[in-house]
Design a protein around this ligand. Structure first.
Ligand code: AVI
Length: 354
């Protein structure tokens, strides 16, 4: 994790209602801010800095024979809003299917999971999924983690007004670099909440590594509530990743703008088109951007000529069978796996204890 620096400290004190972070040296003004905003602590770890640290990775990806861009580049503030819009599309079934599983089974889920926990929301986005469970799960603490710190901050400021009784922490970090939680997050009764099948964006071996890491961070009475998209008919998955309105295309192409901002490159989104489809052999939806013509892309210190029709791979979204994912949870040290699904078996929700 990037250490808190003075810029971030300044963020904390110039945003009353947002709060400060323990390691920031106290000043009278800051101390006042901390005391009056205990309900919400927001650590604005500059994610831009995290992306900057990932510059080497980006250059390696752009220079590879089969070029790729890490999918975290989707999630600048606009990208997060586009993703939120995607979740409302008729073709993008995962979000509403998962929501339906929650609402049909909420009593059972609350009984199995219990209340008074520290709910750690991984990839919180606008925090609405977690917030919709606050009434049933009654968490004592809420820790929202997302790579898009700006977007998260706006969401948390709103949420804090609605739930003043829940202490809240915001962490802007890239979970692909590993999840290291600050000391202020209680160790007991952690409930890791990882909805939306974001686990599918890890390659299976990395997913296993990430789950093992979560398992290690669960102390007494820890557990994981996770949503997973299941394998289904190709046509349904093709449409989910290439919608008629073109929102997924905008989401995908926006990564090029974000790369320009980080790298100083000159990608022009008009030179590229979106490709999204289900690769059955690999059991994953894939997204790529493909050139409409030969394109020479430049950045400080380098360039690459892309041939007409050449692609940059931007995302994989793995789909599991019900049994496969249950087995993965057990293999990574989780126990007592409970599963809820929808009637079509399109999506599954798992709760497992550490
Ligand atoms: C965030 N993640 C689970 C989404 C997915 O389905 O893999 C991202 C996404 N990509 C295209 N549409 C949505």
């Amino acid at each position: 994790m990037v250490q808190l620096d003075e810029t971030e400290a300044a963020f904390a004190i110039t945003n009353p209602g947002v709060g400060s972070f323990e390691r920031v040296p106290e000043t009278p003004r800051r101390e006042h801010a901390r005391r009056t905003t205990d309900a919400l602590r927001f650590r604005n770890r500059a994610v831009a800095a995290g992306l900057w640290n990932g510059r080497e990775e980006l250059l390696a990806g752009l220079g590879a024979p089969q070029a790729w861009i890490p999918s975290k580049y989707f999630y600048d503030s606009l990208g997060s809003q586009l993703f939120n819009a995607i979740t409302h599309l008729p073709e993008y079934y995962p979000t509403r299917t998962e929501a339906a599983i929650f609402s049909r089974n909420i009593g059972d889920i609350a009984r199995v999971v219990g209340s008074g926990r520290t709910m750690i929301d991984l990839g919180a986005g606008n925090c609405e999924k977690a917030a919709s469970l606050f009434g049933a799960l009654k968490p004592a603490h809420y820790v929202a983690v997302d790579i898009s710190a700006e977007y998260l901050e706006t969401a948390l400021v709103r949420l804090r007004r609605r739930y003043p009784e829940i202490s809240m922490t915001g962490l802007g970090l890239d979970m692909a670099e590993g999840l290291s939680l600050p000391d202020s997050v209680p160790e007991a009764k952690r409930l890791f909440f990882y909805p939306g099948s974001s686990i599918g964006n890890f390659a299976p071996a990395d997913a296993a590594g990430f789950l093992s890491d979560l398992r290690r961070q669960c102390q007494q009475q820890g557990g994981l509530l996770i949503g997973v998209d299941l394998v289904k008919e190709k046509a349904i998955l093709d449409a989910a990743y290439d919608d008629a309105l073109g929102l997924t295309a905008a989401f995908n192409l926006n990564a090029l703008n974000n790369v320009n901002a980080v790298l100083g490159s000159d990608f022009d989104v008009r030179d590229w088109r979106h490709c999204g489809f289900f690769n059955q052999a690999q059991s994953r939806a894939e997204m790529h951007v493909e050139t409409r013509m030969a394109v020479d892309v430049r950045w400080p210190g380098g360039s690459r000529l892309f041939e007409a029709g050449e692609r940059i791979h931007t995302e994989n979204s793995y789909k599991y069978s019900l049994e496969e994912f249950g087995a993965l949870l057990r293999r990574t040290g989780f126990r007592n796996v409970t599963t809820w699904t929808d009637q079509r078996n399109w999506f599954a929700l798992y709760y497992a204890t550490a």
